[in-house]
Design a protein around this ligand. Structure first.
Ligand code: NAP
Length: 478
């Protein structure tokens, strides 16, 4: 697909639907106009819900092997068109092409896992005779589709985070209405095209682009929608939970993830991983490595090596094969990052590397000895900025890590398994990685956070649980 000045209508009920308003979409890298995109009204959302309602019974009655076949075919077509998909992500999100290709490869995996899980949705038998009065009864559970799902997604993984919602919804037998981030609608329309070719029933997947406060809000409040699965910022997540009333709600929100580096570990090995984790896609990853706590015995060596490795990263056009760091998603995010760096420096932080601006690119910035009360430490930075602070023990570092409103994933490098396991017990997060950075995810693992990082889990099997209802069946033999 040529993304240059394409015009994108809404995708509702298996067809393209024109609307009254279209808005220009600009490249975050060079601010060139790349598309005209439909901006849906509340009436358009209503039409999408009606289309999904028509598909609801079709999907509910569709056998698991057919739902799996559609998902397998989406994976296959996406794999065949992977280069086209990667170029779309690079254009609309300014994700460097090598990372965009990585995202597409993972998206293929996610749909494959969804196809496999579609065939494994089962229940359990329950021994009712464990309770007096329960004798001679057979009890078992089944899982049923929840109903229409609203999927609201962020800009940073426009294919794979969409797959983490569309994949399990279809696997569980639910129609989906997808509302992608305003900056990344083209990936969503590309998926709609692929899903149609893969045999998705009309209305099984609907894409409705437009403003979060209009389209997202209308979806969240519509009583015909039974589940909302959202990935994005805590501010919007909290609003959605309030507005969704009794609907099922999955929230995958922000983080200021950290890693602890104990003495005695292989510094070169850790530094290579940590630089990737801090700066991949300009730090705009939910589990981006933002805070690094290093044992005092290796602190100076760590900073020197980390800075040297960071300075190898190449800034540039997201379509360029050699680019590691490109533009941030918006000019406002560059301005915000500058304000936050200035605040940290004023409060005493040292600048070890970076902090130069080239158009909308912020060079990878390393701050040391950062005051824990400044925003680069205690808020979600979502930018190519990392802080490195000195600690005297892993225990001290755990206390700093937990002094956060977030709790998504955390990493601990240590050669002492006892120290690592104590950290597992004490860290307040959804996932702990021993001898790795927190910036690790494969797509079938349970993934999600606590505190302001969200509620519920994704990873296909776990997301299917969130998007289905349990029903109990009891057969009385008395
Ligand atoms: P965002 O501003 O919260 O937007 C996410 C989505 O919500 C967008 O589609 C947005 O639409 C929509 N939205 C905005 N206002 C809404 C409302 N009132 N009702 C319903 N929907 C509304 O997040 P973002 O800037 O795109 O993404 C960055 C955030 O996502 C970061 O906080 C990051 O940590 C988080 N994230 C978390 C994970 C995870 O798995 N935990 C993964 C990736 C990203 P518009 O585009 O129209 O505003």
């Amino acid at each position: 697909m040529n993304t240059t000045l394409v015009k994108k209508d809404l995708y509702i009920g298996g067809g393209h639907v024109a609307t009254n308003d279209y808005v220009p979409l600009y490249s975050p890298y060079n601010q060139m106009k790349i598309a005209e995109v439909a901006e849906a009204s509340r009436a358009d959302v209503d039409q999408a819900v009606e289309a999904a309602e028509k598909a609801r019974l079709i999907l509910r009655k569709m056998p698991a092997h057919k739902r799996a076949a559609i998902l397998e075919k989406i994976a296959r077509i996406l794999d065949e068109r992977s280069e086209e998909a990667a170029k779309i992500i690079a254009s609309e999100a300014a994700k460097p092409i090598k990372f965009a290709r990585g995202e597409v490869a993972r998206t293929v995996q996610t749909y494959k896992f969804a196809a496999e899980e579609a065939k494994r949705i089962g229940g359990e038998t329950i021994p009712l005779d464990a309770a007096p009065g329960g004798e001679n009864r057979i009890a078992y559970t089944i899982r049923e589709p929840v109903g229409i799902v609203a999927a609201i997604t962020p800009f940073n993984f426009p294919m794979n985070l969409v797959a983490h919602k569309v994949g399990p919804s279809i696997a569980a037998g639910n129609p989906v209405i997808l509302k992608p981030a305003e900056q990344t609608p083209l990936s969503a329309y590309f998926l709609a095209e692929i899903a149609e070719d893969a045999g998705m029933p009309a209305g099984g997947l609907n894409v409705v682009t437009g403003k979060g406060e209009t389209v997202g809000d209308a979806l969240v409040k519509d009583p015909r929608i039974k589940a909302v699965t959202f990935t994005g910022s805590p501010e919007v997540g909290k609003l959605i939970r309030r507005n969704a009333e009794l609907k099922k709600v999955t929230l995958e929100l922000g983080s200021n993830s950290g890693v602890i580096v104990d003495q005695g570990v292989d510094v070169d090995k850790v530094v290579k991983r940590a630089v990737q984790g801090a700066f991949a896609f300009q730090g705009q990853v939910c589990i981006s490595l933002q805070r690094i706590y290093v044992h005092e015995n290796i602190y100076e060596e760590f900073i020197k090596k980390f800075t040297a490795e960071t300075q190898q990263l190449r800034l540039g056009d997201p379509h360029d094969e050699d680019t590691d760091i490109s533009a941030m998603i918006s000019k406002d995010d560059v301005t915000r990052s500058v304000d936050w760096i200035e605040e940290a420096i004023k409060a005493g932080a040292g600048l070890a590397s970076g902090y130069s601006i080239h158009g909308h690119i912020l060079s990878p910035t390393v701050l040391v000895n950062v005051d824990p009360n400044t925003k680069v430490s205690c808020q979600e930075v979502f930018a190519p900025i990392v802080m490195i602070n000195k600690v005297s023990s892993v225990k001290e570092a755990v206390a700093y890590m937990n002094d956060s409103k977030y709790g998504l994933q955390a990493g601990v490098y240590t050669n002492d398994i006892g120290v690592g396991l104590d950290a597992v017990d004490e860290l307040e997060v959804g996932g702990v990685l021993i001898n790795d950075i927190p910036t690790f995810r494969v797509d079938h693992m349970p993934y999600g956070g606590i505190k302001e990082s969200g509620t519920g889990r994704e990873g296909l099997k776990y997301a299917i649980d969130e998007l289905s209802e349990m029903k109990l069946v009891i057969i009385n033999k008395n």
